[in-house]
Design a protein around this ligand. Structure first.
Ligand SMILES: Nc1ncnc2c1ncn2[C@@H]1O[C@H](COP(=O)(O)OP(=O)(O)OP(=O)(O)O)[C@@H](O)[C@H]1O
Ligand SMILES: O=C(O)C1=C[C@@H](O)[C@@H](O)[C@H](O)C1
Ligand SMILES: [Mg+2]
Length: 168
């Protein structure tokens, strides 16, 4: 089984995905990290040098490669991954998708704490601008995220939350 975690930046896909994979003994793949390793550049550098459109193509390609390579894996996607091309259909065709549904206030807090530098779409924004950006982005992306097969809306989901939803 492939497990895909989807949701906004800061929703905890990477953090929880890594824990879940360890718990169930699956390979962990973070799509952003996969692209960084493959391209030998940071996400910020790819956006800066080649633009977001190019990044979205790399992201789709990475998704296809990961599906080809792994039958059993927990895949943490990038925040925008399910929202471009027909990626959400592709994800649902090849695995169980989980939407980590986190309110904007909480995302804002986490992203301010963690720093925005590594996330090119957030860099240089004031807290007020960041809140507007997250609110508007979620309003647009919701339609894709809500097509996940499962939704986790707890404030702090644990690996047990996934296992319950999966009946494991
Ligand atoms: N359940 C949680 N409770 C509190 N803080 C959390 C939780 N999950 C993640 N965080 C914190 O929020 C920040 C963002 O988490 P993480 O990098 O896992 O998000 P992400 O969904 O992978 O984001 P991106 O789409 O940018 O890759 C980190 O600082 C992490 O420690
Ligand atoms: O929400 C987004 O569009 C992004 C989220 C990150 O995971 C990275 O994939 C990148 O910074 C873009
Ligand atoms: Mg991540």
């Amino acid at each position: 089984m492939r497990i895909f975690l989807i949701g906004m930046m800061g929703s905890g896909k990477t953090t929880l995905g890594r824990q879940l994979a360890q718990r169930i003994g699956y390979t962990f793949v973070d799509l952003d990290e996969y692209i960084v390793r493959q391209q030998g550049q940071s996400i910020a550098q790819i956006f800066e040098r080649q633009g977001q459109e190019h990044f979205r193509k790399l992201e789709r390609q990475a998704l296809e490669e990961v599906v080809q390579q792994y039958e059993q894996a927990v895949v943490s996607t990038g925040g925008g991954a399910p929202c471009f091309f027909n990626n959400i259909d592709f994800i649902n065709l090849h695995g169980e998708s989980f939407y980590l549904k986190v309110p904007v206030e909480q995302l804002l807090q986490r992203l301010l704490d963690q720093g925005q530098a590594e996330r090119p779409l957030l860099a240089g924004k004031s807290p007020a601008e960041l809140k507007v950006y997250l609110t508007e982005t979620l309003a647009h992306r919701k339609q894709f995220y809500e097509r996940a097969k499962h939704t986790l809306a707890e404030a702090s989901p644990t690996t047990e939350s996934f296992l319950r939803l999966l009946n494991l």
